[in-house]
Design a protein around this ligand. Structure first.
Ligand code: NAD
Length: 308
């Protein structure tokens, strides 16, 4: 298979590129990434010289470039996005531009080229918060922050291109990822580095917000499975059922790094902070996937990665 991976120099995209090249030895990958503050070619160390891999620095909103690249592949996997909720609260414009218009540009190019698969990488945040129970793929979208709203917009757009233009779209919605190659602005890498440096760990509100944490390698295996075996026109939730409050995650990090709980500093809560996300994962499990890493094992590997 020839794949165009957008946003492949970011956290999950780069882990996915490494995963595909090592597990599918006939596949060829083109990585397209604008190298914003969040992307880095360092994340692709080890595959930059691989003859089956090509890196292109460029923007998913550049129609001419995207048209040329989509013409030469079988599938598009769209990871490229502005991804940090706090930044979207400070200013939503780049989020609308990349997450919505960028996706539209890719869909237009895919429509013209005629491809076998368009995998749109989305998030559990599009459903909004759930205080009890879990969200299934059929639940209505109710995004509550600008980042999530633009991701929901991209999902709806992708689905509409499937319905009206017959583009072979599949959408995945994954819970919070952690693991190697994540930008230091995100909770787990930031807290590991702060704990190791003896700096405070700023926990929003009272730390009771719950997230479902999945190790990035488990997510990449699920995305790869959906890419190859998921049903066209469908959505797949991907989650680990490993629910933790932010305070529990913070304490686990302090414990793993060997730092004191005194470093915990409660700070003013994020505006509109969703209380809890949780996913029903029956559909992805029916394809034969389950997570391989417990939260504890994955955190140990992640701490090792950031400290070494
Ligand atoms: P990230 O911020 O680490 O990476 C995003 C990448 O996209 C970066 O390399 C950046 O340079 C690139 N990019 C941004 N704008 C671009 C543009 N206009 N053109 C080309 N490239 C551009 O994000 P991530 O955490 O790896 O998330 C990847 C995808 O997965 C996103 O779509 C995100 O919504 C989704 N997602 C993330 C999580 C998570 O926990 N991190 C969970 C569920 C879904």
């Amino acid at each position: 298979m020839r794949l165009l991976v957008t946003g492949g120099a970011g956290f999950i995209g780069s882990n996915f590129v490494h995963h595909v090249l090592s597990t599918h030895t006939d596949d060829e990958v083109v990585t397209l990434d604008a190298l914003t503050y969040a992307g880095s070619k360092t994340n692709l160390t080890g595959v930059l010289d691989n003859p089956r891999h090509k890196f292109i620095e460029g923007d998913i909103r550049d129609r001419e470039l995207v048209t040329n690249l989509v013409d030469d592949v079988d599938a598009v996997i769209n990871f490229a996005a502005e991804s940090h909720v706090d930044r979207s609260i400070e200013g939503a414009k780049p989020f609308v531009s990349t997450n919505v218009q960028g996706t539209q540009t890719l869909l237009d190019a895919a429509n013209e080229a005629g491809i076998d698969r368009f995998l749109q990488i989305s998030t559990d945040e599009v459903y909004g918060q759930v205080l009890d129970g879990t969200f299934s793929e059929d639940d209505p979208l109710n995004p509550r922050n600008p980042y999530a709203a633009t991701k929901a917009g991209a999902d709806l757009l992708a689905n509409s291109f499937h319905t009206t233009h017959d583009i072979p779209v599949v959408i995945t919605r994954t819970s919070n990822n952690f693991g190697p190659r994540q930008h230091a602005e995100k909770l787990i890498p930031k807290f590991i580095q702060n704990a190791a440096a003896g700096e405070s760990l700023p926990v929003y509100g009272d730390g009771s917000n719950v997230r479902e944490w999945i190790y990035v390698e488990d997510n990449c295996r699920a995305l790869d499975l959906v890419l190859r075996e998921g049903n066209i026109g469908e959505v797949y939730n991907i989650g680990s059922h490993s629910e933790k409050t932010n305070l529990e995650v913070t304490e686990a990090i302090l414990d793993a790094v060997g730092a004191s709980d005194d470093l915990i500093k409660f700070v003013e809560d994020r505006a509109g902070h969703d209380q809890r996300y949780a996913l029903d994962t029956d559909k992805i499990e029916a394809l034969g996937w389950e997570p391989q890493y417990s939260f504890e094992d994955a955190l140990e590997r992640t701490v090792d990665y950031y400290l070494n």
